[in-house]
Design a binder for this molecule. Structure first.
Ligand SMILES: *[C@@H]1O[C@H](CO)[C@@H](O)[C@H](O)[C@H]1NC(C)=O
Ligand SMILES: [Cu+2]
Length: 243
């Protein structure tokens, strides 16, 4: 029979699947309790090898003042909820310009590597008000006390960290940026997969399970060009500087 290690290696390669998928909604509707700028639920339990699937369902069509709504899932820390954690995970920006762009919702699969301590994250978006300071923060495996502290520290933050992280973070990693991008949904400021912390990120076994890219995602050069165009567009629309 297989030894335990062999079994988890197989599971990781996707040949056997014992992982749970835990959904977190990114963004909501204006009339929802807590409004548009939140993760629902904002604290989930996940075990090693489970996938936390972030679904970018924000519905800006419900908010007349917002031309486009941008969201991110960016790793932070208990002490600094609205600042990028060094070597942290990051989905990059996902732009949802219309309600249709959230159907189907772009999603981002984050695989848990270390479930022994809480993982913290926030949304980087600074407009129309910094999302992090009005509750767009979340956690994986946080206890209630730490969660309350995290929320209290984040509350009112006006200067969320804007640095681009990596697909591979601390305690969790993704193998691809958010997708699929359909009906006008766009991704930009997309992190690369940084191999800083090797081991569990499983290089070599990913190509078979990479989701088929859509919308301009046809190669690194093209994607980069596409992204910088979008960033400029976004900056112009929102009146801010991203770089
Ligand atoms: C995320 O994981 C789910 C469950 O394994 C899978 O159905 C889906 O295609 C994945 N999505 C992406 C974008 O990789
Ligand atoms: Cu946000």
């Amino acid at each position: 029979m297989y030894k335990l290690a062999s079994i988890s290696a197989l599971a990781f390669a996707g040949l056997a699947s014992a992982q749970n998928v835990i959904d977190v909604q990114v963004g909501s509707t204006q009339d929802a309790q807590g409004g548009i700028f939140q993760f629902i639920p904002n604290n989930v339990k996940a075990s090693k090898n489970d996938v936390v699937r972030f679904r970018f369902t924000g519905a800006p069509g419900n908010h007349r003042d917002i031309v486009s709504v941008v969201f991110s899932v960016t790793q932070s820390s208990l002490a600094k909820p609205c600042d990028n954690l060094e070597n942290g995970f990051d989905s990059g920006w996902v732009l949802i310009p219309t309600a249709a762009a959230a159907n189907p919702a772009p999603e981002w699969n984050l695989t848990i590597i270390d479930d022994s301590k809480p993982l913290w994250f926030y949304c980087k978006a600074p407009l129309p008000v910094p999302h992090c300071g009005i509750g767009m923060i979340g956690a994986i495996n946080a206890d209630d006390t730490a969660m309350a502290s995290f929320q209290q520290t984040a509350n009112g933050n006006k200067n969320p960290g804007q640095a681009v992280g990596a697909l591979v973070g601390q305690g969790a990693s993704a193998s691809a940026p958010p997708g699929p991008l359909t009906n006008g949904a766009q991704a930009f400021g997309v992190p690369s997969a940084t191999a800083a912390s090797g081991g569990d990120s499983g290089s070599g076994s990913d190509s078979g399970s990479t989701p088929s890219p859509t919308a301009g995602d046809d190669g690194n050069g093209a994607l980069t060009l596409y992204i910088s165009g979008l960033a400029a567009l976004f900056a112009a629309v929102m009146g801010i500087t991203l770089a």
